[in-house]
Design a protein around this ligand. Structure first.
Ligand code: HMG
Length: 389
């Protein structure tokens, strides 16, 4: 029985920062950001959005009356949680009208959380093929104004249903993972911005990729020649390119050309959204599906990396050939409707944080279906506008 990604949805807010303008404001050569980092734009998150609202917007694309009652579990991967105790999945369950006979939990291991969700869901669905699991990766990447990490910020959410007889990607059983207690990137409970040892984190990322990729190959007997595409966690798109380049010499010239072309397809959307932490690998998968020419049965490799650190390499085969036109049209429409903020507007939005007391937010400028309207009695107030307007 095949189990895998049946549906996949994406949401990010519709305001962004042009990174050429950011480079000019920071006194950097724009090519450092555009080529050296590999990012051209980044999403700016308004105060009326958080991981719950973004996840609800992404998940509403994959939860319909056809599968709502089949969902047995929500696994919400995030490192931008909104409560020390209560799971973001619980709010999501209410907003999506999911059944009560359900497990709804939040998981955290930096950018790796959603991959834990996918693998756990795979095992669950194999044992319960009539059921489905909703997996979320939602985050807000914040490093701070005028920091080296600033150009690698972003945010958004990806939602996937894992099911038997999937429509998108049938997951292989083989997977290889590794964890080590490492301080490359972390965010103490009292901080809203991450701390990072930038260069070190890049080196560890590549080390982890090589270790799990080669372990996967050793265990399965597969080689790089078995992959039509390798996809990566993309904190910034040059990072994935560094991972790919580290194994390219193992491929023939023809295979190298193909892997490089498909890598370009897999970073089109990440270049314009930025780092969405745990959803990043899966946005890259969507970018590949929408922009590459792949055939049914092609094998895709997925490298997930979460600082701290956990890495996993796994794979799946395509159920349908690409490009997935519907996904491309959805992304084209999303990028077309976005509003560009000036650097000054971005800075003021960045500084505007939710207060620690009751507040009513002005949501007029936010065009999302799900919004955070404020805090009342220390409780976040969420609204689904499709029900109220
Ligand atoms: P930096 O120090 O400002 O940049 O920070 P740099 O000086 O190292 O330059 C970056 C690249 O631009 C270099 O290329 C330069 O040569 C090039 P590289 O040597 O890397 O190939 N460059 C130019 N290229 C073309 N034209 C020019 C030019 N000038 C320079 N004119 C850094 C860069 C990535 C370290 C910083 O942005 C940072 O700390 N980012 C955050 C950390 C991060 O994303 N780490 C990635 C691995 S860890 C991870 O993926 C997990 C994470 O997602 C968190 C989680 O798991 O939750 C982060």
């Amino acid at each position: 029985m095949q189990v895998g990604i049946d549906k996949i949805g994406f949401y990010a807010p519709s305001q962004y920062l042009d990174l050429t303008e950011l480079a000019q404001a920071r006194g950097e050569d724009p090519n450092k950001y555009l080529i050296g980092i590999g990012q051209s734009e980044q999403v700016v998150i308004p105060v009326t959005q958080d991981v719950v609202t973004m996840a609800a917007s992404a998940a509403s694309q994959v939860i319909t009356d056809d599968n709502r009652e089949k969902i047995a579990m929500v696994i919400f991967g995030t490192e931008s949680g909104i409560d020390h105790s209560k799971s973001a999945a619980m709010y999501l369950k209410r907003l999506l009208h999911l059944p009560d006979q359900i497990r709804a939990i939040e998981v955290k291991q930096a950018c790796y959380g959603a991959t834990f969700g996918v693998q756990t869901a795979k095992d669950y669905v194999k044992a319960n093929p009539e059921k489905q699991v909703l997996v979320i990766g939602a985050d807000i990447a914040r490093y701070g104004l005028n920091t080296p990490g600033e150009v690698t910020q972003g945010g958004g959410a990806v939602a996937m249903t894992i099911a038997a007889a999937p429509q998108i990607l049938a997951l292989d059983d083989a997977t290889s993972f590794r964890s080590e207690d490492i301080m490359d990137f972390w965010r103490p409970l009292y901080r809203t911005e991450a701390l990072v040892d930038g260069r070190y984190s890049e080196n560890i990322y590549v080390d982890f990729f090589q270790a799990v990729f080669h372990d996967y190959c050793k265990t399965t007997g597969r080689t790089i020649a078995d992959f039509a595409a390798l996809t990566y966690h993309l904190p910034f798109t040059k990072m994935g390119l560094k991972g790919l380049r580290s194994v390219l010499p193992e491929a023939s010239d023809t295979q190298q050309t193909r892997l490089k072309a498909n890598f370009e397809a897999s970073r089109v959307y990440n270049r314009r959204v930025g780092n969405l932490y745990t959803g990043s690998l899966y946005l890259s998968l969507m970018s590949l599906l929408a922009n590459a020419a792949l055939a049914t049965g092609d094998r895709i490799g997925l490298f997930s990396y979460g600082s701290g650190a956990e890495g996993e390499f796994y794979s799946g085969t395509l159920v349908q050939s690409t490009p997935a036109l519907a996904a491309k049209q959805q992304f084209d429409a999303y990028f077309k409707k976005r509003t560009k903020l000036s650097v000054a507007e971005y800075e003021s939005c960045f500084k505007r944080q939710l207060p620690n007391h009751d507040v009513l937010l002005d949501t007029k400028a936010d065009d999302a279906r799900f919004v955070l309207t404020g805090i009342k009695h220390d409780q976040r107030q969420y609204v689904d506008r499709s029900h109220t307007e």
